[in-house]
Design a protein around this ligand. Sequence first.
Ligand code: NDP
Length: 463
Amino acid sequence: MSAAQTDDTALLHVDLVVLGGGSGGLAAAFRAAEHGRRVALVEPGALGGTCVNVGCVPKKAMWLAADLGARIAQAAQLGFALPAEGHVGFDWPKFITDRQRYIHGIHDSYRKRLDRDGIVVLPARGRLAGPGRVECDDGTCLAAPHIVLATGSSPQRPDVPGAEMGAVSDDFFAWCGAPSRVALIGGGYIAIELAGMLQALGSQVDVHVRDQRLLRQADAEIVEQLQENYRQQGVNLVFGYALEALRRGDDGRLRLQAADGSVSEVYDQVLFATGRRPNTGDIGLDTVGITPDANGDIPVDAWQATPAPGVYAVGDICGCGPALTPVAIAAARRLCDRLFGDKPDAKLDADNVPSVVFSHPPLAMVGLTEADARARHGDDVHIYRTNFRPMREALAESNQRSLFKLVCVGAERRVVGLHLLGDAADEILQGFAVALKRGITLDDLHDTIAIHPTSAEEVVLLR
Ligand code: NDP
């Protein structure tokens, strides 16, 4: 143990206490240790938090399974002979074993690195206990001049009767098979991803959205194409839907009741993807005078500092930047570089954060949507788009289409937004996100020789 223990029984003095061992908390602990500081990390659950255990990582594994299933079906259309009279079964429990083995590997690598860096890990629930103090439910008390709060967020259910009978994304990861009929409530990232995966893996999915479209924050035209692709895949999209209650029938199956009184067909599972709420309850915020805002977010300034001296917050518990793992990691690293690494100006830059919705096909976006650009730059906005069938879809005579859209401003056509819906969009976007951040123009794209034949080349050929 690298931390110094004081004479009074269990008060451990360190340079930094981190509450929460998810993406943000681990990044803070590792970076502070790299700067030679003594760190204690308090985490009652599995290392890696939401991302590793019930988020990005298991989600991407399930997405890969769904993607493989769709490709196998397409292979059959393209002349490949499939075993067992053309039917390929999916052994979901076997796949979960593989998925969890992969996740355990991540846990192991974290543990090794925490040990190597001399970080004290307390497998306990911690709470603030006044300025510079943290109490753990195993009786340990910690003292530190710096405390980072990184306790993440949890899925929230809407406040309607029967909501407790519905599942949330955490529950999905414990399922051992595709339910026949699934109702999803919500139209954001998680609803879109779960809908695509479940439909591809054998469920009949109905998505109920209170808005008139999916993914309010994404470019409208891109979302329209995604909706069209989903409808072709068999996903039923219900817009303008106001859920009033969830009811269980005598057969044990669930029905939705809408505000207009209509009652849905029966579902084997109802899944709520209606947003997440910061985990700020019972972490002792009152003991240091921090009050969460109306969304439950901990208030922080551009330097991740809360109103309490020496207390900082990163990740989903503070509303700075989108709720994404790489954003939490970036914020935590910069914070620790500033506190311990002699970089007084280090702070998160939450502009032009690229992100990907793992739909089928994936939707990747960075920068401004057309609507945002027009609101900001008026008539100075120039749009370039291409709507095409990628080669594999065309070979298989499928109508799944890709849409790539470039948003530029000014006479020099500076690129301020790039929105890609299509196969491999998740892999294509990262490099273009660097270019956008560097302020490239349409001419820079045109000066770049295309890679042929690919989908990615469409970005440099847009005119
Ligand atoms: P989102 O905020 O993306 O979407 C929530 C959806 O639920 C919205 O459509 C919202 O509607 C709807 N909603 C909220 N409350 C209700 C209600 N009471 N009744 C009906 N509908 C409701 O949240 P998610 O849970 O999908 O994801 C949380 C965050 O996690 C994301 O914003 C993203 O930052 C992150 N994430 C990122 C992923 C990735 O990078 N691939 C994957 C998954 C999550 P409305 O728009 O009308 O408010």
